[in-house]
Every structure is written in C-alpha cells, then in structure tokens.
Design a protein around this ligand. Structure first.
Ligand SMILES: Cn1ncc2ncnc(NCCc3cnc(NC(=O)Nc4cccc(C(F)(F)F)c4)s3)c21
Length: 272
C-alpha cells in the first residue's frame, strides 16, 4: 500500500465546489490518469478542537468498505503537516437539495426513482451492518447522469458552519421518534428517514416542520403527518409514506419491501 501513498502533488486543484467548517471541497484532477475527483480538505487544527480523529477513522473505514452505485465512493485519503485530504468520487450535478430548492418539489417519477436508489443503498449498507447514514437532502449528491449518491458526511457535518438551509442548524426534521426520545435505535431509523425524504421531495418541505424545535419534536412523537391538497400526490405515494412514518420502528416498511411497493414499481426508473 505504501507505494500507493497519494500526495497533493499528484493532483491539479480546480474550483471550490463545497464549503465546510473543517475545510473546503475542490474539484481536482489526478495528473497521471486525468481522473476528475472531489478533494475534501480537513484542517487538523479544526479536528483537534473537536477530537474527531476516531470519527474520521471510522468514516474512512466504513466509506472505504462500501461499493454501491448510490453511495459516493471514497477512493483514498492522505495527509500533510496541517491537513487531511479525502479523495472522493465527483458528483457532477452537485447537491440534490439545491435542485429541490430551485424546483420546489419533484415529480412522482423522479421521487420514486430517488427513493428506490436510497432503498437499494440502504439494503446494501444494512447488509454490511452500516446504519444511520445520516440521509438528508444535504447529504445527497447527483452524478453526471443524475443518479443519486449518498455522501456520508458523518454527523460532524452538522457542526459545519455553512447553514445551507434554515433547517440545517436544526436538522431535527429527520430524527425518528426513538432518536427524539433518546432510546436505542437500530437500522430502522433509516426507514423512517426515507419516509421523511419521500414526503419532502414530493411537497418541498419535511412533514413535521414547525416554527420552533419543540413543536417539531411534538409532531414527530405524535407522527402528526398532514398531506396538503396541493400539489396533487397519488394515494399510492401517500400509502408508502404512511408505511414508513410509523412510530413503532419494528412496523416500518423495510428497504427491501420499499423496492416492491406498487408506487415504486410503477414509477421508479430502473436505471436508477
Ligand atoms: C459539494 N459537491 N459537489 C459535487 C461533489 N462531489 C463529491 N463530493 C462533494 N462534496 C463532498 C461530499 C463529502 C463526502 N464525504 C465527506 N466526508 C466528510 O466531509 N467527512 C468529514 C468532514 C469533516 C470532519 C470529519 C470528521 F473528522 F469529523 F470525521 C469528517 S464530504 C461534492
């Protein structure tokens, strides 16, 4: 492995494509192969402050072991005196939440395709005992063909200063009831989050959004889901959401079952 040690000299650095509290993300090209990647820079100084070395090691171990079309690849990492570098797969169409903000909400076919991609990534991750991939719009990217990629920023990302959405700082919208109640949680929290995302992709806002956090917590614990009359959403889509936003985590539709739900079968684009 030693001879494969990368260094900054192996890359031509391009434009900034992302900002974070720990450092920036750059477009970069590996000089030998001409391969374009995303290069995430993390300043060790910042890491020390939050003592995240273990977290970063865990993230690198996990991300290095995952190989799925809907999970952003971490190809390699290296460091110098002051910085740690993550060599990541480049998702050319950027952050999914930016597209959601500009389109306000997505078509049922597009949503079913994203939900199917997320479900198949979760089937893969859960098989490898990797849970809680922190799937929220901020962590979802789109590759050159518009294919969805889960980028696991790790929970550290929530500490990042860039408040890309007003809910960014209070990202409690995605917490499952057992998380709110600080009970033990298992991989079924991801199924709940899929329900939140499906609702948010269809309507443009998460189901339990409220002025202040306490109301959101209350609405989560009550599973107080309201389906607005517009935009018109099919009963099948609402059926899937109501099978995911279930308080009893053991009764939530599993990712495998999501892939065979009629609304997904009828609307998802099989090419992902
Ligand atoms: C914006 N953008 N547009 C296109 C595009 N294509 C690819 N990637 C992009 N952005 C980077 C996405 C990331 C994937 N994995 C990450 N991982 C991480 O940031 N980890 C991390 C950070 C700080 C501290 C810690 C620590 F120490 F706490 F563990 C861990 S960031 C792109």
């Amino acid at each position: 492995m030693a001879d494969e040690e990368w260094s900054l000299a192996d890359f031509e650095i391009g434009k900034v494509i992302g900002e974070g509290k720990f450092g920036k993300v750059y477009l970069a090209r590996e000089k030998q192969s001409g391969y374009v990647v995303a290069l995430k820079v993390i300043f060790k100084e910042k890491l020390k402050k939050y003592r995240f070395h273990a977290h970063l090691r865990r993230e690198i171990e996990i991300q290095h072991s995952l190989d799925h079309p809907n999970v952003l690849r971490l190809f390699a990492w290296f460091h110098d005196q002051t910085r740690i570098f993550l060599v990541l797969e480049y998702a050319a169409r950027g952050e999914l939440y930016k597209m959601l903000k500009s389109l306000h909400h997505f078509s049922e076919k597009r949503v079913a395709t994203y939900v199917a991609s997320l479900a198949s990534a979760l089937v893969y991750c859960h098989k490898k005992h990797v849970i809680h991939r922190d799937i929220k719009p901020e962590n979802l990217l789109l590759d050159v063909d518009g294919r969805l990629k889960i980028a696991d920023f790790g929970w550290a990302a929530e500490l990042q200063a860039h408040v890309k959405r007003q809910t960014m700082c209070g990202t409690i919208d995605y917490l499952a009831p057992e998380m709110v109640e600080k009970k033990a949680h298992d991989q079924s929290v991801d199924n709940w989050t899929l329900g939140i995302l499906c609702y948010e992709f269809l309507y443009g806002f998460p189901p339990f959004e409220a002025e202040d956090q306490h109301d959101t917590f209350r609405r989560i614990l009550k599973v107080d889901v309201v389906f607005p009359s517009s935009p018109y959403i099919s009963p099948e889509a609402k059926h899937l959401i109501s099978k995911l936003l279930v308080k009893d985590s053991s009764k939530r539709l599993s990712p495998q079952k999501i892939l065979t739900h009629p609304w997904i079968v009828e609307n998802a684009d099989p090419s992902g």
